[in-house]
Design a protein around this ligand. Structure first.
Ligand code: AMP
Ligand code: MG
Length: 417
């Protein structure tokens, strides 16, 4: 038996960040930037108006006020999209729209609201300090600026900035392509009612969805029969297009545990008992020329999900160049007693909610942990109802009401009822 930490350490030491590729900006959403981006483009690229109004020379309005309005001839109209350089002569103004380039010589903008809105001549009833409502070239981003550092994850706002400075393709760490293979003679495809002795491949869908929820790319292979030759050829066929493989089922002590039978002698695969509940039978290693990491998870649904959270998700994040702090543990107060297995780390399905106060009081955290229901490793009902796993150390055999427990979030924290 090895510890959870030992198994995880072996995984984390083995998997590597994927090599960078070039992607079109939108295709790079969710990926991590592989190289710093230094801009050759300034933002704004040209001096422009921040308001709809009139581009003026501030000096021409030095004496303007409500009681002493100034009338200026309107020498032209400048709309956004105007690409000719214009010049404003002293004593004149130009009508200008938001985002339109400022004419040479103009140094301020009077918002249309402070004028009579005239088209050939305009009456202005306010002063305009130099620089008013003018966006200076480069005030946001200057040429030569480091606009984004390697390691930044690209979301909508980061994509906008890169697009604005003229980026077409970016070098990113790609999203891992993860093949999910379910094994078991009992498995049938989702969407059909299981007959006697049949089980829907819910793990296949769960793990596919989990890969997707982690913003990686899942490839699902449904119900492979418990037959060594079939399983061997399935995994061999999938390895070339995979950055990682997850299998479920066939790794425990049964007579038809094909995954273990086929993989225990290949690559660097190793099968261990890990001191955890649920999720004890685990296998991990690399296979094929590309040394693809392969995670063989147990078949029991809760064991599979807990194994994904504890072992696979950190590895996929690492491959994608993402920080591990994405999953912080939350401390909560147990609302009641429950038993924990001796010598194994427990991952108890719980409902985590805000305390009725919703606030920390003294050293009490603001969250409460309540067992979500039946804790068997087959129980999907409580797995779906839970929003966290309470992580109880191996040497703890009972949790008491009022104890502080560390919780791994699976979903949003529930509000106090
Ligand atoms: P195994 O690890 O193959 O011995 O399977 C353990 C338990 O998990 C059995 O009750 C299986 O029917 C169930 N199981 C295995 N694979 C799946 C799957 N893909 N979806 C749902 N249940 C499964
Ligand atoms: Mg099986």
């Amino acid at each position: 038996m090895i510890t959870v930490q030992e198994h995880l350490a072996r995984i984390v030491e083995t998997v590597q960040r994927l090599p960078a590729i070039g992607l079109d900006l939108l295709d790079a959403q969710g990926c991590v930037l592989a190289r710093d981006v230094i801009t050759e483009v300034a933002l704004p690229g040209f001096r422009n108006s921040a308001m709809d109004g009139y581009a003026v020379r501030a000096a021409d309005l030095a004496g303007a006020g409500t009681a002493t309005p100034v009338t200026l001839p309107v020498a032209g109209d400048i709309a956004a999209g105007n690409t000719e350089g214009l010049h404003l002569a002293p004593g004149q103004c130009m009508r200008i729209m938001t985002g339109a380039p400022m004419p040479d010589g103009a140094d301020a903008v009077v918002p249309v609201e402070h004028t009579d809105g005239g088209v050939s001549r305009v009456v202005v009833s306010t002063k305009a300090p130099v620089g008013q409502h003018v966006r200076q070239a480069g005030e946001d981003v200057a040429v030569g600026d480091l606009v984004m550092s390697a390691g930044t994850r690209l979301g909508p706002r980061q994509i906008a900035l890169l697009a604005a400075v003229g980026t077409g393709q970016v070098a990113v760490t790609p999203k891992p392509r993860v093949v999910v293979i379910s094994t078991g003679d009992e498995l049938i495809e989702p969407g059909t009612s299981p007959g006697f002795g049949q089980v829907v491949d819910s793990n296949g869908l769960m793990l596919t969805a989990a890969v997707r929820a982690l913003d990686c790319i899942p490839i699902r292979i449904g119900g492979v029969r418990d037959d060594a030759a079939t399983f061997r050829s399935t995994i061999e066929n999938q390895l070339p297009g995979a950055d990682a493989v997850i299998t479920t089922g066939g790794v425990s002590m049964g007579a038809y545990d094909t995954v273990k039978e086929v993989l225990s002698t290949v690559g660097t695969m190793r099968f261990d008992k890990v001191a955890m509940k649920p999720g004890m039978p685990q296998g991990f290693g690399v296979l094929g020329e590309q040394e693809v990491p392969v995670f063989t998870l147990p078949g029991n649904p809760v064991s599979a999900m807990v194994s994904f959270e504890v072992f696979v998700a950190p590895a996929l994040r690492l491959m994608a160049g993402r920080p591990q702090q994405e999953t912080a543990l939350v401390t909560a107060v147990a609302t009641h007693d429950w038993a924990a297995p001796a010598g194994k780390m427990q991952f108890a399905r719980i409902v985590l909610s805000r305390n009725s106060s919703g606030l920390r009081s003294g050293d009490r955290p603001g969250y409460a942990a309540t067992i979500a229901g039946l804790q068997g490793s087959h129980a999907l009902g409580s797995l779906a109802a839970a929003n966290a796993l309470a992580v109880i150390p191996a040497d703890v055999t009972s949790v008491r009401a009022g104890d502080l427990v560390s919780c791994h979030l699976l979903g949003p924290i529930r509000e106090a009822s």
